[in-house]
Design a protein around this ligand. Structure first.
Ligand code: UTP
Length: 604
């Protein structure tokens, strides 16, 4: 009897024939007509979502599984060196020079958020992008990202800058609902595009036989964030962006609100060095569990590439080639000479579009089977091919320039990835509390570097086992206040007249310029986009905000951090609705904040 069930016609018959021709007839073993529609829909999705279909996937899987069983070293023959790039100190002249270049380029930038991940380590039951970046304003990650893009658009006077969000079956519905419920956070119709990644087949053995569950359905698993390149190609988005004059594409991940602060400087480096791919990186400590960006040369094959080398591969690679002592500090005696990858990078849009035309976005894949025993023939659980978005440069010819921009960690990277309980003892904890603390800290630190007198907290706070000494002062400068350090300087033109105590909480949102402020407590000033606000001679003292233990019935997003933030009754909240010029001062007689408004026709 043929393995293809009788009575199949049309697309179902074609797919059944395909499975048989690929040695996957076991998938048809338990076939019943009742299961037929769903079964062939699943097979059809596997066939259509992978470039080259199931055949290409199985062929690639067989090769990679064989290499894995042989124990091949994928980096055999490659010699590492430090690639071309620029290390920038926040606020330095070099930083500001690159920001000036980036400020011109930003009006031609598109954005790609990869948000299809399950977030198993975080253990939050919903999508990560709905979590608050901090608990003073409760601004969700997705809101913050869109706010940033709209602020860049306003600052550069550009048309709507496109944002693509990669979602998966795990995140699609909730992401759509969140955008719809919030009117796309103010983005223009069509400005945001959702791209859905599909899962790939899990494999039961070295012959790449597709694993099935108890109901006979194929088991599928996530293919990784590298899918984003295939989707950006198959949707035609990158080609469309290139045709409409977009020059740069910035890729970033779901829970790193700091990722935009160095954007202008990074775009400046991309433009100045003519980089096809520019990794935004942070200094890496030797042995740190963070990949390093390295130039790899293979003399025998006459090849060269700049890529992220995973930390567990970097040490053996260095030992076997240029550095017998392995992954050790470089010339500064502290950091690895190989900058640390944070999975944020800028691609030059037109060369990227041309590369996608050639490769269809297919990335180098890898497989990581957990073998049941030394024979390496059985797996403990089904394996699947995976791909990572930062591996993109692997498909580039050597003449395409790939480099890095290295900036301090505090201004670029603080993701919320780990459940609080698992984060205890980890450095950095990369949990909700540490991400929130870094969100406040980077604003406080930017103001300090500007010359404002911003005190530091004198004793640390601990919530659910995570301790931080940078949670206060809790300063939130919304993206609408400044999208670059150069912008921020103009918003704080007289830093000698700005003093913020360690116990303070300050929230500024909108076009706010602070000329003179002495804050010991809480202050919230929010302006609509046509309100131009100046803070003059403000002396504010009140009970401020407090972090208190999260009540048992608090929402899950609060419970996962253990605390919530509560505003004191005497904290002024100014919601200033334009159009108009607003001046906020402290009345010398009543000591109360007063706001005067002057109409300004140019702001309507
Ligand atoms: P993470 O390393 O944070 O993985 O992904 P994750 O799957 O979200 O979380 P864990 O490992 O289960 O805890 C880095 C970025 O890549 C996205 C994530 O949403 C995050 O922004 N990602 C990851 C995808 O978009 N698709 C994937 O298949 C995997």
């Amino acid at each position: 009897m043929s393995a293809v069930p009788d009575g199949l016609t049309g697309r179902s018959k074609e797919l059944a024939d395909l499975l048989v021709s690929l040695g996957q007839e076991h998938l048809l073993d338990g076939y019943t007509p009742e299961k037929g529609k769903t079964f062939f829909e699943q097979i059809g999705t596997l066939e259509s979502s992978y470039p080259g279909g199931i055949k290409a996937y199985i062929e690639s899987a067989k090769e990679l599984l064989a290499a894995s069983a042989r124990g091949d070293n994928p980096l055999e023959g490659w010699v590492p060196s430090v690639p071309n790039g620029e290390a920038l100190e926040f606020g330095s002249d070099a930083w500001c020079e690159n920001e000036a270049i980036g400020a011109v380029e930003a009006k031609r930038c598109a954005f790609v958020l990869v948000a299809g991940g399950l977030g198993e380590r975080l253990g939050y039951s919903r999508i990560k992008v709905e979590l608050p970046t901090e608990t003073v304003t409760g601004t969700a990650y997705l809101d913050y990202y869109v706010q940033t893009i709209l602020a860049i658009q306003k600052a550069t006077k550009s048309r709507p800058l496109p944002l693509a969000i990669m979602v998966s079956g795990d995140t699609e519905t909730m992401t759509k609902e969140m955008l719809a419920a919030n009117n796309n956070f103010g983005a223009a119709p069509g400005q945001i595009t959702l791209l859905k990644q599909e899962k790939v087949a899990a494999l039961a053995d070295n012959d790449a036989r597709i694993a099935v569950d108890d109901d006979g359905a194929p088991i599928t698993k996530p293919h990784g964030h590298g899918d984003v390149h295939v989707l950006l190609h198959s949707s035609g988005l990158v080609r469309k962006w290139a045709n409409m004059g977009i020059d740069w594409v910035y890729f970033f991940q779901d829970t790193n609100a700091l990722g935009f602060r160095p954007l202008y400087a990074t775009l400046g480096v991309s433009k100045k060095l003519g980089l096809h791919c520019n990794f935004l990186t942070v200094p890496r400590f030797p042995g740190q569990a963070v990949g390093g960006i390295a130039k790899l040369d293979n003399a025998a094959e006459g090849k060269s590439m700049v890529i992220n080398v995973e930390y567990n591969q970097l040490d053996p690679l260095l030992r076997s080639t240029v550095s017998p002592s392995g992954d050790v500090a470089g010339p500064d005696g502290v950091h690895s000479p190989y900058p640390g990858n944070i999975n944020s990078f800028v691609l030059a849009c037109k060369p990227y579009a041309s590369t996608l035309d050639k490769t269809k976005g297919v990335m180098g894949e890898f497989v990581n089977p957990k073998y049941a025993d030394a024979t390496k023939t059985k797996f403990k659980k089904p394996a699947r091919l995976e791909c990572m978005m930062q591996d993109y440069p692997k498909v580039l010819p050597a003449e395409e320039l790939v480099g890095f921009t290295s900036v301090a960690n505090w201004i670029a990277f603080s993701p919320c990835k780990n459940a609080t309980a698992d984060a205890v003892g980890k450095t950095p904890p990369a949990c909700a509390l540490s991400a929130e603390a870094d969100q406040y800290f980077h604003c406080a630190e930017m103001l300090r570097l500007r010359g404002c007198a911003v005190s530091k907290m004198t004793s640390a706070e601990t919530w659910d086992g995570i301790t931080s000494d940078i949670l206060s002062p809790s300063i939130v400068l919304a993206p609408s206040v400044a999208v670059s350090y150069t912008d921020l300087k103009t918003k704080f033109p007289a830093p000698d007249f700005v003093t913020i105590s360690a116990a303070s909480t300050l929230v500024l949102s909108g076009d706010v310029t602070v000329r003179s402020l002495n804050l010991d407590g809480g202050l919230v000033i929010k302006g609509t986009k046509n309100a131009k606000i100046t803070v003059l001679e403000c002396l504010v003292k009140n009970s401020g905000f407090k972090r208190v233990e999260a009540p048992d019935d608090a929402p899950e997003s609060t419970r996962i951090r253990g605390y919530e933030t509560v505003k004191g009754d005497d904290v002024p909240v100014l919601d200033l609705v334009g159009p108009g010029l607003f001046f906020v001062t402290t009345d010398p007689v009543t000591k109360q904040l007063t706001t005067t408004r002057k109409p300004d026709c140019s702001l309507s």
